[in-house]
Design a protein around this ligand. Structure first.
Ligand SMILES: *[C@@H]1O[C@H](CO)[C@@H](O)[C@H](O)[C@H]1NC(C)=O
Ligand SMILES: *[C@@H]1O[C@H](CO)[C@@H](O)[C@H](O)[C@H]1NC(C)=O
Length: 290
């Protein structure tokens, strides 16, 4: 009997702990309009609120002064689908912030003070569909591997940041990309911009307002010009300035083409001489018959 009461007591204690951590308690100064939404918009927060319910799916934290997100935040809140951190004071994201198993579909980081997105920040999240990074005026570095693994990413917003150039390899790693915003960056149309320009021409339908909307600085006369005024010809001189890797690729393709053409000519010659031999044989046989 006594042990039973004891059991019951510890069960109740466990239950109350669970209800505090898992329960639907809403963080102070936030609104919880439904079981899955926590809305702390514009509450003057400088850090994430305490005691956010673990099962939260939509977390609205816009218009605060949040300075930092712990790297395990999305590990703890693994049900999060929608995270709005627009207009806060984030300066960097910890590597691994978006883990592989995360369910996050929408991440809004516009209007912060991010300066770079290092490799591995977004892990290999296959859920993320929309990533908004616009209006981070000092964001000028996106490591090549920063977005690798975002296989479902359809919309990427990088408008009004500090980019003068962007690694095209990074964009090619995004198989689902349908919409990309790049306008309002201090693009410089020098030779380093060549590959991006060619990519943009090829993918202009992914820019909401086409090339029209993007401007770049011409190093020759320091003037801003719409990308729609430029053509692949404008970068003709840059094509001579190939990188070592490009040069090796060109040399290698040359060698491969040479080998293929030699082999093909050899095979063709053999076929022709074989056919000729056969014809001679047939003629000889026909003559023999007559
Ligand atoms: C950003 O948030 C602050 C409060 O932290 C607010 O006063 C301001 O209007 C917001 N700015 C924008 C552009 O929404
Ligand atoms: C944003 O970052 C830049 C450079 O790191 C810094 O000079 C500036 O003061 C920051 N601005 C805000 C509002 O934190």
């Amino acid at each position: 009997m006594f042990s039973c009461v004891c059991c019951l007591q510890s069960f109740l204690v466990l239950l109350s702990i669970a209800s505090v951590t898992l329960g639907q308690r809403c963080p102070a100064s936030c609104l919880c309009p439904d079981h899955h939404t926590v809305d702390c918009t514009g509450q003057g927060l400088t850090r994430l609120p305490d005691s956010i319910p673990l099962g939260v799916r939509r977390l609205l934290l816009a218009d605060n002064g949040i300075l930092w997100i712990p790297s395990d935040f999305l590990v703890v809140y693994s049900d999060l689908v929608y995270l709005d951190l627009r207009n806060n004071s984030l300066t960097k994201l910890e590597p691994g912030t978006l883990p592989t198993f995360s369910r996050l579909v929408y991440l809004d980081l516009r209007n912060n003070n991010l300066t770079e997105i290092p490799s591995g920040t977004f892990g290999e999240s296959h859920s993320l569909i929309k990533l908004r990074l616009g209006n981070n005026p000092y964001l000028s570095m996106l490591s090549r591997g920063a977005l690798a693994g975002l296989t479902s990413l359809r919309e990427l917003e990088l408008e009004r940041n500090g980019f003068s150039v962007l690694d095209v390899g990074m964009l090619r790693q995004l198989p689902s990309l349908r919409i990309i915003r790049l306008e309002g960056n201090p693009w410089v149309c020098n030779c380093r911009f060549t590959k991006l320009f060619f990519w943009l021409v090829e993918n202009h339908h992914k820019l909401p307002n086409g090339l029209e909307d993007m401007e770049c600085l011409l190093p020759v006369n320091g003037q801003w010009i719409s990308l729609s005024m430029l053509s692949e010809n404008s970068f003709r001189e840059c094509l001579g300035v190939l990188s070592l890797k490009d040069l090796l690729v060109v040399m290698f393709s040359g060698i491969v083409i040479l080998v293929i053409s030699i082999t093909t000519s050899f095979i063709m010659a053999s076929i022709i001489s074989y056919v000729q031999q056969q014809r001679m044989k047939m003629l000889a046989e026909e003559e023999g018959l007559e």
